[in-house]
Design a protein around this ligand. Structure first.
Ligand code: DIG
Ligand code: MN
Ligand code: MN
Length: 388
């Protein structure tokens, strides 16, 4: 039996804001001290994590002087080096400060949009200085409650203008950095523009250079939109646009819970791990989640350890599923191909069209044939329950 002990080779990462979450919620004050970035780097290294990620202001206060900024960053870099922890991803906090109350890149006020660009350029510089190669954009305030106030077409044009500007900024500075756009349907805004990963994939194609921009899907966010997360990740993966991923858990129909990975919808988490592992997704397994508000610092580290341990246990379940003779035999039967037919359909020609038109296909028989999915899903559940 594997020991499910994570190592940096597993590429597990946590945002500073995850273990640093003090347990505040809209109806309650913090319940624990905010765990510092330095403490987090030390502890996550001991737990076997690969890296940490950050918003600019998770590390450098928004009102820090340049000298304070440099001191804080130098101290953080020393801790990263001392504990062998990487910073694969960085991002900008464009949602906490009141200036962003009606959006950052989509604010109707060009002064706010300019401030957001200014802040993001500085945050990109910080991320690159720390070694990040992926830069995430989550537009938490890019949305509306009063749609009469803002033309959504203008909002999208302003968003594109800012994203194009920042892509040119990265190129102009010769940074080795790719962008990953993170969707969320609502919260903290009543409605957030570019609400799902699908919206983001379409938006990316409208940028001046789509090649440097992908997506950062999050389990909870697609779930909030009532969507199948694995399907959205599969589409991004198939398009070569899965540049990063936010792992957590979520109960349907609730606010963004950002729960410990695998703590809800275990089959969905299994199928997600299967997709990532079967397709050898090379990126970090990033947990954008936090401990329950009921927890103290010990509980926070139990939360971090649990995210990684559950991923590794599910990865072992994937291995067992892929090695299970009965399951694989059933899948071979279910997925029986037909080289001739598939050859006809894979490329159009007048001959292929005539051949398909002339086919005699047993509509009634095919409609009656059972697909044996009850058996397959039961076997899947039995793998998850440890009965196979
Ligand atoms: C929320 O899901 C967002 C912010 O935490 C951050 O901008 C991004 C990073 O993964 N996820
Ligand atoms: Mn979330
Ligand atoms: Mn996220």
């Amino acid at each position: 039996m594997p020991d499910y002990q994570p190592t940096p080779a597993d590429k597990f990462t946590f945002g500073l804001w995850t273990f640093g979450n003090p347990g505040r919620d809209p109806f309650g004050e913090p319940v624990r001290e905010r765990i510092s970035p330095l403490r987090g780097v030390q502890k996550l290294s001991q737990l076997g994590a690969y890296g940490v990620n950050l918003h600019d202001n998770d590390l450098v206060p928004i009102d820090a002087t340049p000298a304070e900024r440099d001191r804080i960053v130098a101290e953080f870099k020393r801790a990263l080096a001392d504990h062998g922890v990487r910073v694969p991803m960085a991002t900008t906090n464009l949602f906490s400060d009141p200036i962003f109350k009606d959006g950052a890149f989509t604010s109707s006020d060009p002064k706010v949009r300019a401030f957001a660009l200014q802040k993001t350029m500085r945050a990109i510089d910080l991320g690159v200085e720390l070694g990040a190669e992926t830069y995430v954009f989550w537009g938490g305030r890019e949305g509306a409650e009063v749609d009469a106030a803002k033309d959504p077409v203008s909002a999208l044009k302003w968003m594109r203008e800012c994203m194009n500007f920042l892509i040119y900024y990265v190129k102009d500075n010769g940074y080795n950095l790719r962008f990953a756009l993170e969707a969320k349907p609502n919260e903290p805004r009543g409605d957030i523009y570019l609400a799902t990963t699908g919206h983001m994939l379409a938006f990316i194609e409208t940028l001046d250079d789509p090649s440097v921009c992908g997506v950062n899907p999050e389990v909870a966010h697609e779930n909030m939109a009532g969507l199948n997360f694995v399907h959205g990740v599969a589409q991004a993966l198939e398009m070569g646009k899965l540049f990063h991923i936010d792992l957590n858990a979520q109960k349907p129909g609730r606010f963004d819970q950002d729960l410990r990975f695998g703590s809800e919808d275990l089959k969905g988490a299994f199928l997600l791990v299967k997709l990532l592992e079967d397709y050898q997704y090379p990126g970090p397994r990033h947990f954008d989640a936090h401990a329950y508000r009921t927890e103290d610092e010990d509980g926070v580290w139990e939360f971090c350890a649990g995210c990684m341990r559950t991923y590794l246990i599910l990865k072992e379940k994937v291995r067992r599923f892929n090695a299970d003779p009965e399951i694989q035999g059933l899948l071979a039967e279910i997925r029986a191909g037909d080289a001739h037919l598939e050859g006809l359909m894979q490329s159009f020609s007048p001959d292929n069209a005539r051949a398909i038109a002339a086919l005699s296909i047993d509509r009634i028989g095919l409609g009656r044939a059972g697909r044996r999915y009850e058996k397959l899903d039961q076997l899947t559940i039995e793998v998850l329950l440890g009965a196979r």
